[in-house]
Design a protein around this ligand. Structure first.
Ligand code: AMP
Ligand code: GLY
Length: 424
């Protein structure tokens, strides 16, 4: 089967790497891809927002499966355009992608389905939102309703800070995404991510991970898309995973189906492990980036076959088999990230992969035969080990083999788990 993969980041490089290994995949195309993806796929010049062009390409190249990496084309309805022409696609419809595309939609769904999550109000004007603050205690959690590239959440320590943040949101800081704002109760606990694949009816668990959202060591500084991740997340014990499936994932999939918006693809649940219960922070309708890199490193099953089963409503009886090893990925970012990253910095990968690690490209480009940085998050240096401590050592050994003078990384990815392992 020929496969078309859409996207250009480290998540898509990991998906391309795994799809290319798949016995079910005869030819892999990727658009727009990146220099790392180019080693696994033929890159094609296609704009995901031009649905007709994507459909034409699929028909001309006998594409048997389209894999949509990022959220924007899903929220934009690309999967619907493909399904309308009977092209199998891995990823939810526009209606189902509201689980990521509208935080208010997801909170209302949780309420209807009895899914544990933080208490909330949806607001659609500055006055309404400012009044609503009185119903919450600090810290105040304020979220732009729509897609804001992971930047639409503000945690305000004081009422004044919250009022300023609300004024910015309703003032257009996040454009249309901030036309509605959700105010939430603050939850405390450890965060972890749970992944499931579903075809709308059947559901299979698809791994756990923990991410590091803050830019600096010790989890300080501004939020980023993620500076590193590891999988599995042992904090999500078998017992907790069973609860997450029964109390969060299953009611979500059932309710979406019953309400005429069957969800198909990967459902990525961001969880807060509160003292009382695992609670949903948010859903994403795609794999996490960089969580996907560690999941794909551990995945032993045929990814293309599983994704096709998902696309065709034939997931029942399928399982995702993962190596028991820990995989860890360290993000090397360009100086300035998450603000304005420096572009064009030279990168020499050297012997990084000779250490046994895999270097996924996230924001790279080739310029005059030289690999250079072209985005905020540039490389995802990924290694495995018997546990988090070993995986961390292996990942940083590979990081240290890379020459990227205008780049930086956190030196403490995996610290929670490494500390727990030291205590045991
Ligand atoms: P989100 O984009 O919804 O995942 O939010 C980004 C980050 O904000 C999360 O990873 C949490 O660290 C934090 N966060 C979001 N919602 C809450 C909440 N209700 N209580 C505490 N922290 C939250
Ligand atoms: N790493 C967080 C995300 O992909 O949303």
């Amino acid at each position: 089967m020929n496969i078309l993969l859409l996207g250009s980041g480290g998540r898509e490089h990991a998906l391309a790497w795994k799809l290319a290994q798949s016995p079910t995949c005869s030819k892999l195309f990727a658009a727009p891809g990146n220099p790392g993806i180019a080693e696994e796929a033929e890159l094609v010049d296609l704009n995901a927002s031009n649905h007709a062009a994507v459909v034409d390409f699929c028909e001309a190249h006998d594409i048997g499966l389209v894999v949509i990496g990022p959220e924007a084309p899903l929220v934009d309805g690309l999967a619907d355009s493909l399904r309308d022409t009977d092209i199998p696609v891995f990823g939810p419809s526009m209606a189902a992608a509201q689980l990521e595309g509208s935080k208010g939609f997801t909170k209302d769904l949780c309420e209807r389905a009895g899914i544990p999550t933080a208490g909330y109000v949806r607001t659609s004007s500055l006055d309404e939102a400012t009044d609503a603050l009185a119903r919450f205690e600090p810290p105040y959690v304020l979220k732009a309703d729509g897609l804001a590239a992971g930047k639409g959440v503000v945690i305000a320590e004081t009422r004044t800070e919250a009022e300023t943040a609300l004024a910015d949101m309703f003032g257009g800081q996040f454009g249309e995404a901030g036309a509605e704002v959700v105010i939430e109760e603050f939850m405390t606990g450890e965060e972890a991510s749970f992944f499931a694949l579903t075809d709308g009816t059947s559901i299979i668990p698809f791994g756990t991970a923990q991410d590091h959202k803050r830019v600096g060591d010790g989890d300080v500084g501004p939020n980023t898309g993620g500076m590193g991740a590891y999988s599995p997340a042992p904090v999500l014990t078998e017992e907790l995973q069973a609860r997450v499936m029964a109390e969060i994932i299953e009611p979500t999939v059932r309710t979406m189906r019953e309400e005429g918006m069957p969800y198909s693809g990967v459902l990525y649940a961001g969880l807060m492990l509160t003292e009382a219960a695992p609670k949903l922070i948010e859903y994403n309708c795609r794999f996490g980036d960089p969580e996907c890199q560690v999941l794909m490193t551990r995945l032993e099953s045929d990814l293309a076959a599983i994704m096709l089963a998902c696309a065709n409503g034939a997931l029942e009886g399928t399982t995702g088999e993962f190596s028991p090893q820990t995989a860890m990925t360290v993000v090397m970012a360009a100086r300035g990230y998450p603000g304005t990253p420096e572009k064009g910095g030279a990168i020499v990968l050297g012997d990084a992969e000779a250490t046994g690690a895999k270097v996924f490209h996230a924001g790279t480009a080739m310029r005059d035969g030289q690999l250079v940085a072209s985005g905020g998050r540039v490389l995802n240096v990924t290694a495995t080990g018997a546990n988090a401590t070993e995986a961390q050592k292996a990942a940083y050994t590979a990081v240290d083999a890379i020459d990227f003078p205008s780049g930086f990384c956190r030196r403490d990815i995996g610290w929670r788990e490494v500390a727990r392992e030291a205590d045991n």
